[in-house]
Design a binder for this molecule. Structure first.
Ligand SMILES: [Zn+2]
Length: 448
């Protein structure tokens, strides 16, 4: 929005007698995580417009910024002093299953196959009406409390009828947390039914600062259920212009058979820029080279990969090969704390243990992987993932002084090495505070 247009808007509101709901955050350190912007803006300002977008940001108090002065002169705004605190974009999880939130600690000695047996196949068939909805809300508010402002909700069906399956979508619409819904097609329905159901969801994808739904992706299950289904899933996704995510190369035990399935993915048309592979741990040179050349991406889930003893992907080699990498906090049944701070810390530590060298990826790189880079994989970077003018005002106010972590020498390093979600004093989505010191503001989380 141009400064002239913002000025005229503010003036119009003033003349109409409305108080502006714009908010100026000032005095804090801004870690924008925008591309190429590694240095924090110390003692900066961030203006949130009344429509929930970032209207201006920069160094200082904003008094020389024409956008800020236009707002101040016209309708005025609320000011929030965030001195001593760090503002950074809300985290984006590129792979999660919100319903799993009520199954923490299950099968603690299991790797993926036994874990699926103990969770999905043991409890899934017994979900009653309302369960998916309640579990999804539980998971969404848990992620929000940990600073995940946008999530990719990979839904499941478990043979439930369509209305019960859809609870995962309709419940999620009632939360402030933004999401890309990851749709699982009913293999017994025909393509026309798939498209009709998907288009009904696509019609609701109209991103706005005050709406949670950001997109729709197909989660293809045909790799596990048959090449014919995979072929249909990918063809339908391409036809309606949607991205696809496939769980691939996760458990260590079956890595040889799983790698042998690579030609099936290629034959089904799965190598394209709209494809992301969740986990993608046990690649070889061919798989990595072909995935990168196709413009495909992967989502790394360190907490879950460690919990299930799945393994550690060669993230630095992937990035060097040109593969796009995002991060996810997975479902809370395999990454129980759903905490992006821990996810990043564990991931970075694990890479360093393997390298026995601290010269590779740095805290700022991991923060960007879990925000902007994941938003890019999900195709929602136009709205979220960094603090930039015109994006939605989705951000965290982190207080390194509560609990106290000492002086801040390097903002990114303090966030990654020293802070946890306990240091998140506010979670703001579309300019609206939704979490304050761990407390959910728009929902009775205790009753839930
Ligand atoms: Zn998963």
């Amino acid at each position: 929005m141009t400064s002239l247009r913002r000025f005229l808007t503010a003036l119009a509101l003033c003349l109409a007698g409305h108080a502006s709901a714009a908010t100026l955050y000032h005095g804090g350190t801004l870690l924008t995580l925008a591309s190429g912007q590694d240095r924090p803006i110390e003692r900066g300002y961030l203006l949130v417009s009344d429509d929930g977008q970032i209207a201006a940001l920069g160094l200082g108090d904003g008094t020389t910024d024409p956008v800020v002065t236009a707002d101040r002169g016209a309708a005025g705004f609320t000011t929030v002093d965030v001195s001593g605190r760090i503002l950074l974009p809300g985290f984006v999880s590129g792979h999660s299953h919100l319903w799993q939130s009520v199954f923490r600690g299950i099968t603690p000695a299991a790797e993926l196959s036994a874990w699926l047996q103990g969770l999905h196949y043991t409890y899934g068939p017994h979900f009653a009406a309302g369960d998916f909805a309640a579990f999804t809300l539980h998971g969404a508010y848990d992620q929000l409390r940990h600073g995940v402002t946008t999530t990719y909700n990979h839904s499941h069906a478990f043979g439930r009828d369509f209305e019960r399956y859809r609870e995962q979508f309709t419940a999620k619409l009632t939360t402030p947390q933004r999401f890309v819904f990851a749709w699982v097609n009913d293999a017994s329905a025909d393509d026309a039914t798939w498209v009709a159901r998907l288009e009904a969801v696509i019609a609701q994808v109209q991103p706005r600062a005050d709406r949670p739904l950001l997109g729709l992706c197909l989660n293809a299950v045909g790799l596990h259920r048959g090449p014919a289904i995979l072929l249909r899933e990918i063809a339908v996704a391409k036809k309606i212009g949607r991205t696809v995510q496939v769980n691939y190369l996760e458990p260590s035990a079956s890595q040889i058979e799983d790698r042998a399935a690579w030609p099936k993915i290629k034959a089904a048309g799965g190598l394209f820029s709209g494809m992301s592979f969740a986990h993608f741990i046990h690649t070889d040179d061919t798989v990595l080279r072909e995935a990168a050349a196709a413009g495909a991406a992967m989502i790394w889930n360190p907490l879950s990969n460690v919990r299930l003893a799945s393994g550690l992907p060669q993230i630095e080699a992937y990035l060097a090969a040109g593969l796009r990498v995002g991060m996810g906090v997975e479902g809370q049944a395999s990454a129980e704390i759903s905490d992006p701070f821990e996810n990043i810390r564990l991931g970075l530590y694990a890479l360093r243990i393997r390298r026995e060298n601290a010269g590779g990826l740095q805290p700022i790189d991991l923060l960007r992987l879990h925000t902007l880079k994941t938003a890019e994989v999900l195709g929602v970077q136009r709205w979220v993932g960094s603090l930039e003018v015109g994006k939605f005002a989705d951000f965290l106010v982190v207080d390194p002084g509560n609990p106290a972590t000492g002086p801040v020498w390097d903002a990114a390093a303090t966030i990654v090495f020293a802070c946890s979600s306990r240091n998140v004093s506010s979670v703001v989505i579309g300019g609206k505070k939704v979490i304050e010191s761990g407390r959910v503001l728009d929902h009775d989380a205790v009753a839930l």
